[in-house]
Every structure is written in C-alpha cells, then in structure tokens.
Design a protein around this ligand. Structure first.
Ligand code: ROI
Length: 166
C-alpha cells in the first residue's frame, strides 16, 4: 500500500551567495524531491538577522508541500539539499547559504534528538510566521490561526521582496 500523503511546511533562509537565487532554486528543488510536490510558496522577504548583527540581511520564505515521505526521510532530503547548496555555517547563529527548517508535518508532535515538531521557534519568529500566514492563514497553531498570530508581529524587521500575488 502506498504511504499516506501529508502536508508539511518548510522555512527557507539564506544570507550568503546570492540569497534570492538560493531560495528560488531551493523552492524548485523541493518540488523535485521524491514523493513530494510543492503546493504553495510565500513571497520572499528580506529580514534583519536574528542573532549577531554583523552579518548580511536574510532572505526568508515558507513553502508548503505534500509528501509521502516520513518526517525523518523528509529531514534527510532537506539536509542533503542544504549540503548541495554547499551550506557553510561559519559560527553559531552566523551567516549561511541555505537553511531549510521543517516547521510542521501534518499535525504531528515529535521530540527527538534530530527533529522536534512543530519547530520549537515557529511561533516566535516573524520571518517564519508572516510568510507561513501568507500561504496558510487558517492553519491553527496552539489555538490561534496563523493569520492572527502573524498580526502580533510589528513586521518592521521584514520587507517583502516579491508581490504577495506571486
Ligand atoms: N535571522 C533571520 N532574519 N532569518 C533567518 O533565517 C535566520 N536564520 C538563522 C539565524 C542566524 C538564527 N538568524 C536568522 O539561523
């Protein structure tokens, strides 16, 4: 029997080596993962770095996918994709060519050394919640809709790079 299909959301971030190209390419590559289809992509946002400020601004986006992969098989694929972008991580919370965070996988709750679902910082980060709310406004997270949660951020650290209609 074929594995069941689930919806998952991926956070994308880059602040090195032409970040817009890194993110655009990663979105295409998500669509090409085995047993996986890209179903939604948020606009791209420019965001001030969280963490050390002596690094370039980030480009961030959130992708929606449907997949027949398991959460850990998907995580393996995301990490392989990061490696293909020659991910460099010079220091903790420092600049990187491509970060792919598995934010949500269906309504799974999971805690292990490799993976925590939902992503532990999901609700705290404007550069995740605002693009997530763009593509999944009605998604209920801890009792509140994504759109409602996104309104809780002042948004001044986040600038859209592409029109929301894309
Ligand atoms: N800051 C922003 N704005 N966007 C990110 O994707 C991001 N990723 C990180 C750290 C270094 C914590 N800061 C970030 O990993």
């Amino acid at each position: 029997m074929a594995a069941a299909q689930h919806t998952a959301y991926i956070g994308l971030g880059s602040n090195l080596a032409d970040p817009v190209r890194q993110i655009e390419q990663a979105l295409d590559e998500l669509d090409e993962l085995p047993l996986t289809r890209l179903t939604a992509r948020s606009p791209l946002y420019c965001s001030r770095p969280l963490g050390p400020q002596d690094q370039p601004d980030f480009v961030n986006a959130v992708a929606g996918i449907v997949t027949r992969l398991s959460p850990l098989a998907l995580l393996d694929q995301l990490q392989a994709l990061e490696q293909r972008h020659r991910r460099v991580r010079q220091r903790h919370w420092g600049p990187r060519t491509l970060d792919l965070d598995l934010l949500l996988f269906a309504d799974r709750h999971w805690v292990s050394a490799r993976l925590t679902l939902p992503h532990p910082a999901l609700l705290e980060r404007a550069f995740v919640m605002i693009p997530l709310a763009d593509i999944a406004p009605g998604l209920v997270l801890d009792g509140a809709r994504a759109a409602q949660r996104a309104k809780g951020f002042d948004g001044s650290d986040l600038r859209p790079l592409t029109p929301p209609s894309r």
